[in-house]
Design a protein around this ligand. Structure first.
Ligand code: ATP
Ligand code: MG
Length: 432
C-alpha cells in the first residue's frame, strides 16, 4: 500500500465532527460585527511581499522571521498573509473606499500563515477574526472596537479574561521615548539577542516585544512610553478610558504592552487569559494612524484588532463553556427493497424542500444497520418503508425519543411530517 500523505507541520484539520464549534463561533462573531455595523471584507490569501514589509513593518518579528515568502514563475515575490490588516488596508486604498464616506467599518474571518514553532495556541496556519475601522481619530472608535470584542467574550460566558490597555503615543512623543530606550538598552548590548541589537538603532521599542527570556527580563525595567505621552496622546488615552468606563468595560492599564506591528500609535490593547498556557493573548489590537499613509494613501487615522480563533477555542475548553451541538437530522427514512428505496429517496427530497432535514440509506444496507445509523446520527424521527407501506400508501413516523408512533399518508408526506414535528415541539415546550 502507498504511504499516507500527512498534513504539513503546524497546520490542523478541522474535522466534520468538530466543525460545528467553528461554525458556532463564526456565527456569533458575524452577528456581533453586524450589531456594530461592521461589514465583511475578503482579501486574497497572498499579496506582494512588499505590502507586508511596509504594512506590518520591517523590524517586526512577523516580517523578519515568520513570513511564508516565495517567488512565482514570473519572479514576483509573494507572501502568504501573516495577518489581515495589511490586506484590508491595501484593498481600502485600491478601491478608494474613502469616497464612500468614512468611517469604513470592516471585519474578516480568515486564515493566517506564520513560520513559527508549533505548540498549543501557536500554529503555522491559524485563524483570525479581525475588525478594522478606517478614517476616525476619535477615542470613541477605540472604545467601540474594544467593546465589540469584550461583548463577544460576554456572549460566550468567558469571564476570566483580562483586558489590558496602554498608549504608545504618536511619532512625535515617541522620538523622545526612543532616545530614552536606546540609552537604557545600550547598557545591555552584550546581553541582547542579535535581532534586538539590530533594533536598538532602528526601532528600540520592538525590543520590549522580544520573546527571548534574556531580552524580556532586561525589558522589564525599561522606561515606559506612558510616562512620555504628549498632551494630545495623553488626552486621547483618558477619553478612551472614559468611553470604556461608561460602557461598563473593565480594563487594566498595562504600560508594558507595545504590540507586534510597527504602525501602531496611541491606544494598544490585549485580551489575556491565564488559563491557556504560555500563549495567553487571545486578542490584540490598537490604533495605526500611520498605516494608510505608509501604504501610499492620505493620512487616514485607523484602528483594529484580531482574535486568534484557536486560542479562543482553547479558552472555551478550559472554561468549561459548552458549545451546543447542532441538530443533525429531523427524519431518517429507512427502506426495504428497491421500490421502497426509490420512494424513500423521493420523500427525503420532499421533506428537505419543506425546510427540514432528512436522510435515507445511500449505502444499500439492510433495515437493522439502517436503524443503527439513524440512532448514531441522532435522528429525531424515523419511518420505515417496505412493500406494504408502498402498496397501502401509508406508514408510521416514530418519535425516536419517546417511541410514540403517528400514522402518515405517503401522498402528503412532507406536510404531515411537518405537523408531527410541530406537535412534538409544542408538547416538549408544554412539558407534556
Ligand atoms: P504572540 O505574541 O502570541 O505571538 P502576536 O502579537 O504575534 O501574538 P498578533 O499579530 O497580534 O499576535 O495576532 C492577533 C492574535 O492572533 C493573537 O493575539 C493570537 O490570538 C493569534 N495568533 C497570532 N499568532 C498565532 C499563531 N501562530 N497561532 C495561533 N494564533 C496566533
Ligand atoms: Mg507572534
Amino acid at each position: 500500500m502507498a504511504d499516507i500523505i500527512r498534513k504539513i507541520k503546524g497546520t490542523e484539520d478541522i474535522m466534520p465532527k468538530d466543525s460545528y464549534r467553528w461554525i458556532f463561533l463564526e456565527d456569533i462573531m458575524r452577528r456581533q460585527a453586524n450589531a456594530y455595523g461592521y461589514k465583511e471584507v475578503r482579501t486574497p490569501v497572498f499579496e506582494q511581499t512588499s505590502l507586508f514589509a511596509r504594512g506590518v513593518g520591517e523590524t517586526t518579528d512577523v516580517v523578519q522571521k515568520e513570513m511564508y515568502t516565495f517567488s512565482t514563475k514570473g519572479d514576483e515575490s509573494i507572501t502568504l498573509r501573516p495577518e489581515g490588516t495589511a490586506g484590508a488596508a491595501r484593498a481600502f486604498l485600491e478601491h478608494s473606499v474613502q469616497n464612500d464616506g468614512l468611517p469604513s467599518k470592516q471585519y474578516y474571518l480568515t486564515t493566517c500563515y506564520r513560520y513559527e514553532k508549533p505548540q498549543a495556541g501557536r500554529q503555522r496556519e491559524f485563524h483570525q477574526f479581525g475588525i478594522e475601522v478606517f478614517g476616525t481619530q476619535n477615542p470613541s472608535a477605540d472604545a467601540e472596537v474594544i467593546s465589540l470584542v469584550n461583548g463577544l467574550f460576554e456572549i460566550l460566558g468567558l469571564s476570566k479574561i483580562r483586558l489590558e490597555i496602554n498608549s504608545i503615543g504618536c511619532p512625535k512623543c515617541r522620538s523622545k521615548y526612543h532616545e530614552k530606550l536606546r540609552e537604557y538598552f545600550s547598557q545591555y548590548k552584550d546581553k541582547l539577542c542579535d535581532t534586538c541589537l539590530g533594533r536598538l538603532e532602528r526601532n528600540p521599542m520592538r525590543i520590549i516585544d522580544c520573546k527571548s527570556p534574556v531580552c524580556s527580563e532586561i525589558a522589564k525595567d525599561a522606561p515606559k512610553m506612558i510616562d512620555f505621552l504628549c498632551e494630545e496622546c495623553s488626552q486621547h488615552f483618558e477619553k478612551v478610558k472614559s468611553y470604556l468606563d461608561i460602557a461598563g468595560v473593565k480594563y487594566e492599564v498595562n504600560p508594558t504592552i507595545v504590540r507586534g506591528l510597527d504602525y501602531y500609535t496611541k491606544t494598544v490593547f490585549e485580551f489575556v487569559s491565564d488559563n491557556i498556557g504560555a500563549q495567553g493573548t487571545v486578542c490584540g489590537g490598537g490604533r495605526y494612524d500611520g498605516l494608510i499613509e505608509e501604504l501610499g494613501g492620505q493620512h487616514t487615522p485607523s484602528l483594529g484588532c484580531a482574535m486568534g480563533i484557536e486560542r479562543l477555542l482553547l479558552l472555551i475548553e478550559s472554561s468549561g463553556v459548552e458549545i451546543p451541538k447542532p441538530d443533525t437530522c429531523d427524519l431518517y427514512i429507512a427502506s426495504m427493497g428497491e421500490n421502497a428505496s426509490l420512494k424513500a429517496f423521493a420523500l427525503a427530497e420532499e421533506v428537505r424542500k419543506s425546510g427540514l432535514s432528512a436522510q435515507c440509506d445511500i449505502v444499500g444496507r439492510g433495515l437493522r444497520p439502517q436503524m443503527k445509523f439513524a440512532d448514531k446520527i441522532g435522528a429525531k424521527f424515523s419511518v420505515v418503508l417496505g412493500d406494504n407501506e408502498i402498496e397501502e400508501n401509508k406508514a408510521e413516523v416514530k418519535n425516536m425519543e419517546t417511541g410514540e408512533k403517528t400514522p402518515v399518508s405517503l401522498t402528503d408526506f412532507a406536510k404531515e411530517f411537518e405537523d408531527i414535528m410541530i406537535n412534538a415541539q409544542t408538547q416538549r415546550i408544554a412539558g407534556i
